[in-house]
Structures are given as structure tokens and as C-alpha cells.
Design a protein around this ligand. Structure first.
Ligand code: IMP
Ligand code: MG
Length: 176
């Protein structure tokens, strides 16, 4: 158990399991993108560790950039995605791999998809480390999923509780 601010967390997924799973996801990407030159778009802040780990294991030509959105406060979704900023690249006609730390309600990723689709990318796929299918509020079907988890609050490996916990190597779940 660990304590972060007022909350306790226990281990859900170990760093070893994460590492092994990212290797598998990268090997899928290596098959799917061997003849393409995609642009990875990581969603800040949460995805920066996953995006880096995944990107490093990809052996095709690829670029990476990041966008920033905010939708979460404390331990529950606000349901509102405030501004998306940071897409300077021209994504028209490009293969895009959107990288998220977690798809929870799906609101964030769908808002981003809506914005990016307006710019006519050639393809747009979603890679997410974690997926809470039972928490979805809008239908979402991520293409590359690290782990499906129960709709509980988690931290670690980039995911935070009020800014803390991102540097934990394992993924921890709230104990209530
Ligand atoms: P959604 O819009 O509800 O799908 O939430 C997406 C964003 O909320 C993610 O990119 C995370 O930043 C954050 N989030 C969702 N669930 C969790 C969680 O369990 N722990 C920490 N952050 C989360
Ligand atoms: Mg996020």
C-alpha cells in the first residue's frame, strides 16, 4: 500500500507486466506500420511515459508530437474537455496514432478525434495504455489497448492524482 495525499493505493499492474505488454503492442505496430511513416500524437500530460516507451520500441520511420488537453479534476472526470492546444503539424493525409494513458469516459479522446478529423488525416488510430470499458459515456473502440481495467481510479506510469504519482513505475489502484 502507498499513501498519496489523502488516499491509499494498492498495486494493480506491475512495471514488469507493463513492459511486457508495451513490447507486444509495439510488435503489433511494427507489423501494421512497416510501410508507413506515421505521426504519433501523445496526449499530455498523462501519456508521456507510455508514449515514450512505446515509441522507443517501434522500428519503422515515425515522428512524434504532443497535444495538451484537460478534462479531469481530482479523481473524477469533469465531463468537459477544455481547449486542445499544440497541434502545429499539418496532419492532412497522414497516418496518425493517437496515444493516451487511459480511456475512461471516452469524452477526451472523442473530442480530440473530432478536432483532428477536421484536418483530414489519412488514418487515425488510438493506442491507450489503459481502458475502462465500463466507464464509457461515448462509444469508443481503441485500436491498441494495453490493459482493460475496472472503472476505478488509478495512478502511476504517467497517471496522476492531483499532479502526483506520475513517476511511479507500477500502476496503483485506489483503495476505498
Ligand atoms: P476521459 O475523458 O474520461 O476518457 O478521461 C481521459 C483522461 O482523464 C485521461 O487522459 C486521464 O488524464 C484522466 N483519467 C481518467 N481516468 C483516470 C484515472 O483513473 N487516473 C488518473 N487519470 C485518469
Ligand atoms: Mg490524459
Amino acid at each position: 500500500m502507498i499513501q498519496l495525499l489523502d488516499k491509499s493505493f494498492e498495486i494493480l499492474i506491475t512495471k514488469k507486466e507493463i513492459k511486457a505488454r508495451i513490447k507486444q503492442l509495439a510488435s503489433q505496430l511494427n507489423d501494421d506500420y512497416s510501410t508507413k511513416k506515421p505521426l504519433f500524437i501523445g496526449v499530455l500530460n498523462g501519456s508521456f511515459i507510455f508514449a515514450a516507451a512505446l515509441f522507443k520500441k517501434c522500428n519503422f520511420e515515425a515522428e512524434i508530437t504532443f497535444i495538451k488537453v484537460k478534462s479531469y479534476e481530482n479523481t473524477s472526470s469533469t465531463g468537459k474537455v477544455s481547449e486542445i492546444f499544440g497541434i502545429n503539424e499539418n496532419i492532412e493525409g497522414r497516418d496518425i496514432i493517437l496515444v493516451e494513458d487511459i480511456v475512461d469516459t471516452g469524452l477526451t479522446i472523442n473530442q480530440i478525434i473530432k478536432t483532428l478529423t477536421k484536418q483530414n488525416p489519412k488514418s487515425l488510430k488510438i493506442a491507450t495504455l489503459l481502458f475502462k470499458p465500463k466507464a464509457l459515456k461515448v462509444p469508443t473502440n481503441p485500436d491498441y489497448v494495453g490493459f482493460e481495467i475496472e472503472p476505478k481510479f488509478v495512478i502511476g506510469y504517467g497517471l496522476d492524482y492531483d499532479g502526483l504519482g506520475r513517476n511511479l513505475g507500477d500502476i496503483w489502484v485506489l483503495v476505498d
